[in-house]
Design a protein around this ligand. Structure first.
Ligand SMILES: *Cc1c(COP(=O)(O)O)cnc(C)c1O
Length: 358
């Protein structure tokens, strides 16, 4: 398929705000977007980079009624010698996996990644410069057929938008307070927990709002069956360091297979640190805490990279981890992954790709 490129005139293009500390997260978008369409009889067509503008959707479009909608989250980083992407092929692989689970049409991941690079090349002046800032990339894929029957849509739209974002840790790399959620659940065994599909996030809002009222930043989900095993947090996978061993939930279908999670596991293993992907009961975490063996806890995800967890609230009791200080391994993983992303540490794993075509 041919990629059409229809840029807007130079004099209509907007500029990145001069004060990059005001960027925040996902508030402003660049001048252009990538979009392509699918029709059952026809396949994918009209792939185009064009002006960023509202979509035209029929009010009966499937996505608005039955929620066939998936997305990805990735970033482009400005470095001394160009703009980097971090393991972008993994994001499009995962988008394909989410599409399969939601019975949405397959697409060519190489074509879409290449189109993303064309888009970033056109928008490269939107990649912010200050330390810790980046260009957030949001591939989005929705069902657009106007039809009210509950069945897979025969028409789809896949698009990518870009948003310059500020440093996640503008006020410092500080631990957060997390509530262990023992009432509501995120995803049940056999459900869609492993897909980055919109309904999972809508379903998480209520519990998160309750936790925020109680002074916590996020909730740590437990398994849906027994409320016994730790799963993940918001848009982060969760790691506990118990007696020197790094433990994280296995990918059994209820949690999102995070790319940062995979990178953390590979990095730990390469340093000779023992990593276990296994069911971890919340009682085991609390026991470790009581025996002084809960060394560190942290979350992993594209937006924040690594988030130190300084406190767990469980059944009305608060457990402060590592004196509410950033743990040694937590800090090291953050420094290493961000170092690789910003081209300051050698990319031994082959994780970095050039984001632009020039
Ligand atoms: C996106 C996401 C993650 C993190 O995945 P990364 O690929 O590391 O960004 C973890 N959990 C959920 C629920 C997510 O949506």
């Amino acid at each position: 398929m041919e990629l059409k490129i229809n840029t807007i005139p130079e004099n209509e293009r907007r500029k990145l705000p001069e004060d990059e500390s005001t960027l925040g997260f996902g508030k402003i978008f660049t001048d252009h977007m990538f979009i392509m369409y699918y029709d059952e009889g026809k396949g994918w067509y009209d792939a185009e980079i064009k002006k960023y503008e509202p979509l035209v959707l029929d009010p009966a479009a499937c996505v608005l009624h039955y929620g066939q909608a998936i997305f990805e989250g990735m970033k482009a980083y400005r470095t001394e010698d160009g703009i980097n992407l971090f393991r972008p092929e993994k994001n499009f692989e995962r988008l394909q996996m989410s599409a399969d689970r939601m019975v949405m049409a397959r697409f060519d991941p190489d074509f879409v990644l290449d189109a993303l690079k064309e888009l970033i090349t056109i928008e490269k002046h939107w990649v912010p410069h200050s330390e810790g800032t980046s260009l957030y990339i949001r591939p989005t894929y929705i069902a657009s057929e106007p039809f009210l029957g509950v069945h897979p849509s025969g028409q789809y739209i896949l698009y990518i938008i870009l948003s310059p974002v500020g440093a996640y840790y503008a006020t410092g790399f500080n631990p957060v307070k997390i509530k262990v959620e023992d009432k509501y659940i995120r995803a049940a065994d056999g459900g869609v927990g492993q897909a980055k599909t919109c309904g999972n996030y809508a379903a998480s809002l209520f519990a998160t709002k309750e936790a925020e009222k109680e002074g916590y930043a996020q909730v740590l989900w437990l398994d849906a069956q027994e409320r016994k095993y730790v799963e993940e947090v918001g848009t982060m996978n969760m790691f506990f360091v118990i007696d020197g061993v790094v433990i994280t939930s296995p990918l059994t279908g209820t949690i999102l297979p995070g790319i940062t999670r995979d990178s953390v596991i590979q990095l730990c293993k390469s340093e000779g640190i023992k990593v276990e992907e296994r069911n971890l009961a919340i009682d085991e975490v609390i026991n470790a805490f009581e025996n002084g063996k809960l060394d560190e806890a942290f979350g992993s995800g594209t937006a924040a990279v690594i988030t130190p967890v300084g406190l767990l609230g469980y059944k009305g009791k608060d457990y402060t981890i590592n004196d509410f200080k950033v743990g040694k391994l937590t800090q090291k993983l953050y420094d290493t992954i961000t170092g690789i992303q910003w081209g300051k540490i050698e990319d031994k794993f082959g994780w970095i790709q050039k984001a632009t075509k020039d």
